[in-house]
Design a protein around this ligand. Sequence first.
Ligand code: SF4
Length: 110
Amino acid sequence: MPPLTGREPCTTTYGFFLDDYNPHSGEVIAATTMCRRCPAIRACFIWALTNPALSTDGIWGATTPWQRRELRKRLRHRLGSKTMRRALVTEYAKALAELPGPGRPDGASA
Ligand code: SF4
């Protein structure tokens, strides 16, 4: 997972690992709403897409397991496995670089 600061909602709140991931359920909507306010959402989302074996369960980057499976399937179909993997690695590096730096009072990227 991306390096977390402890300010991300999932580090202080339960409700990201659920029994039911119906996207219309109140629990999924609550978790994905918290993700959308999280500074790590982009890195988290790309990490989860890149690491399916480590993200089979849970809300990651405002997506459900089913949504990630579908996105991976579409990306693989469009790009092929190797290109998809390379693109995800590149995008993950960019997303990490955009994360607010630890201890930076303005929260700006490094
Ligand atoms: S985007 Fe990722 S790191 Fe942020 S709250 Fe959601 S699951 Fe946690």
